[in-house]
Design a protein around this ligand. Structure first.
Ligand SMILES: C[S@@+](CC[C@H](N)C(=O)[O-])C[C@H]1O[C@@H](n2cnc3c(N)ncnc32)[C@H](O)[C@@H]1O
Length: 217
């Protein structure tokens, strides 16, 4: 077996996307609207295959209680909500409610609005107010990257054994190898912390801008 990594060219990426389940009309339209209201320069890179991946993963884990940090226009929260078991709940946190109207419109269209509770305001404070017991099955971190260590420390003790934490943007377009700014340095340091954290086993996947999956022991 070769140990040489496969370079993911644009063509190969398109092939990979075309050979997974296609995003439905709702995901396609939400991705399009997100690109229109949040151009890539704003740090928003929309990868619809990440939506399919999160729905798949949520179903696989059998998630009843989930948390998302960083919701924006709600594309990935929609994906997580679709994968919840019957009666499952997703609590979303974002410091800003600027795009909550867009998110709620698409959650409504997808029939998942009643499974999602969006809380707007300082996220670390809100996480501290969550129940202290180990009740969460799934968490997705996709907010401000300098905040990841704080969110991680609040969430890991609340995750059940076997629960999964997914973290978005952990490759920083490859800049984790040579950090250029505070966000690059923050995520590189966070990645080091995760792999050294004995409470979890972790893998990093080259999905979208890097997704780390950590399974809580
Ligand atoms: C990459 S976007 C999230 C994308 C979203 N998960 C989706 O499915 O489209 C990052 C989000 O982090 C939020 N954010 C920025 N600074 C934050 C902070 N200090 N605390 C919490 N969220 C923050 C932004 O408001 C934005 O909605």
């Amino acid at each position: 077996m070769s140990t040489k990594p496969l370079p993911l060219t644009t063509e190969l990426h398109a092939y990979l996307v075309a050979h997974g389940s296609a995003p439905d009309e709702i995901v396609r339209e939400l991705a399009e609207e997100t690109r229109a209201v949040l151009p890539a320069e704003a740090g928003m890179r929309v990868a619809p295959e990440q939506a399919a991946f999160l729905t798949f993963l949520t179903r696989l884990v059998g998630v009843r209680q989930a948390v998302e940090v960083g919701t924006s226009t709600g594309l990935l929260s929609l994906a997580i909500a679709r994968g919840l078991v019957d009666g499952g709940r997703l609590t979303c946190f974002d410091v800003s409610g600027e795009h909550a109207g867009v998110a709620r419109r698409y959650w409504g269209r997808a029939g998942v609005a009643d499974r999602i509770d969006l809380r707007v305001g300082p996220v670390a404070d809100a996480l501290r107010e969550l129940p202290g017991e180990r009740y969460l099955d799934f968490a997705f971190l996709d907010g401000d990257q300098v905040g990841y260590p704080v969110y991680w420390d609040e969430l890991v003790p609340r995750m059940r054994s076997g629960a999964v934490i997914a973290v978005g943007g952990t490759l920083r377009a490859g800049r984790v190898l040579a950090p250029r700014d505070a966000d690059d340095r923050a995520i590189a340091a966070f990645n080091d912390e995760v792999v050294a954290d004995a409470r979890v086993e972790a893998v990093m996947l080259p999905v979208a801008d890097g997704v780390t999956l950590a399974r809580v022991r």
